[in-house]
Design a protein around this ligand. Structure first.
Ligand SMILES: [Zn+2]
Length: 420
């Protein structure tokens, strides 16, 4: 491929993805408007009219904001790749220490951070205008700025040594560098899963063990009953940033842990909290964590192989104004452009994720002796978060990592009925 052709192909991919994203957003907007004044019976049974009105307004506001951000992001990406600013940066930072790998690592990080700057006003607007308007935002400008600074420093502290290591592998492993690179990256990922809740999360949030009391006793009984055997259940102060509630699961083996957001504890009864925990344990007991890890390993393997091939090719780097054979630009360009291709496979990944959610729900139903506690919890969380209960089926198929609530409840109840 000639240089100009590479850029044309990339522009084509940017336009195609943007068109698909805007089309999906328009479909979803129409669907939400269709049910704005007369929700389907299943939805009317879940939330009161007032909440339905509010969640419609919230969904439409997010839809408008999302549409503008998508167009802006596509423009920034096109400009970044076509303007020549990246090769310029490479030439300048590369001049500090010609041939040195730390220099190349620094270039990748500098370029990645530069690319994140234009989106900052959008993130600000989302937090302090959009989320605030619907009463979700709890963050302050000071906290917001501190979060960005901490995030950037963390990216440097972690990204720099990892990139330096990866780029240095070529020196002694030659063409097989990417295989070693895969080992390095995957090992690092396993390490991070263990370290993340201990070292990284506490930089942004306070984690405290769930205090003694009836709730704690209840949750530990569940944990024993379901074979999870939690050593600790932690509460995270999510309420300092947002009113949205959540619970999540991190780690594996001996390092597994469950984190509940304080917002969740404030919104749910003890029995509902227990049902949510049962769902989280379901992810663990159904083996979803090793499955996700294996998938991510396979993707890393393919990604590193692709980077090695692209760096060697005579067209990839030159197509964007970089010298052929250089690894650092190939890494960066892969990072910027791979999403243009992987976007089309996102429905597949989300489909697997939704299958896992159904499995965890079924596990929770069994552990709780029926579907009602989880149904009650999900309804409450959806209504407090103003979730969109009438997404367009195509929109949810592409983007939703969790099944839409109507579908989730139907499956929870249906299979319970056939079993009894
Ligand atoms: Zn889940």
């Amino acid at each position: 491929m000639a240089n100009a052709e590479v850029m044309f192909v990339v522009w084509g991919l940017i336009v195609a993805r943007l068109a698909a994203q805007l089309g999906l957003a328009a479909l979803n907007r129409r669907e939400v408007l269709r049910y704005a004044d007369n929700p389907p019976a299943a939805v009317a049974a879940m939330v009161d009219g007032e909440t339905h009105k509010k969640s419609t307004a919230y969904t439409l506001a997010k839809n408008r904001f999302g549409t503008v951000s998508l167009i802006f992001e596509a423009g920034v990406l096109a400009l970044l790749l076509a303007s020549g600013v990246l090769p310029w940066l490479f030439a300048h930072i590369g001049a500090w220490a010609p041939g040195a790998k730390w220099d190349d690592a620094l270039f990748i990080l500098a370029a990645a951070m530069l690319a994140g700057v234009p989106g900052l006003p959008f993130e600000w607007w989302e937090t302090f205008r959009l989320e605030a308007r619907f009463g979700f935002n709890q963050s302050t400008p000071r906290l917001w700025i501190m979060d960005r600074i901490k995030g950037a420093l963390l990216a440097l502290a972690i990204g720099f040594p990892v990139l330096w290591g990866l780029l240095s592998l070529v020196g002694w492993a030659g063409d097989a560098w990417w295989l070693w690179g895969f080992g390095l990256l995957f090992g690092f990922q396993l390490l991070m899963i263990v370290l993340y809740p201990r070292l990284i999360l506490p930089i942004f949030n306070k984690l405290t063990p769930l205090p003694e009391g009836p709730l704690r006793e209840r949750l530990f009984r569940l944990s024993d009953r379901t074979g999870f055997k939690a050593s600790t259940i932690e509460v995270m102060d999510g309420s300092k940033r947002s009113g949205h509630a959540n619970a999540f699961f991190t780690g594996f083996g001996r390092f597994r842990r469950i984190v509940l957001l304080d917002t969740l504890l404030n919104q749910l009864t003890e029995e509902e909290t227990e049902a949510v925990l049962a769902h989280e344990v379901g992810h663990y007991r159904r083996g979803h964590i090793p499955k996700m890890l294996a998938t991510s390993a396979a993707l890393q393997f393919a990604g590193l192989w692709a980077i090695a091939e692209l760096a060697k090719s005579g067209w990839f780097n030159p197509g964007f104004g970089f010298p052929a054979g250089e690894l650092a630009p190939a890494f960066l360009l892969f990072g910027f452009t791979s999403g243009l291709v992987t976007f089309w496979f996102a429905p597949l990944g989300n489909r697997v994720s939704r299958k896992h959610e159904f499995e965890a729900d079924a596990f929770a139903r069994e552990a709780m002796g029926g579907p009602e506690p989880l149904v009650a919890a999900l309804r409450k969380l959806a209504s407090k978060s103003l979730s969109n209960l009438t997404p367009h089926p195509l929109f949810s198929a592409v983007y939703y990592s969790h099944p839409a609530l109507v579908e989730r409840e139907r499956v929870l109840r249906e299979n319970a009925a056939t079993k009894s």
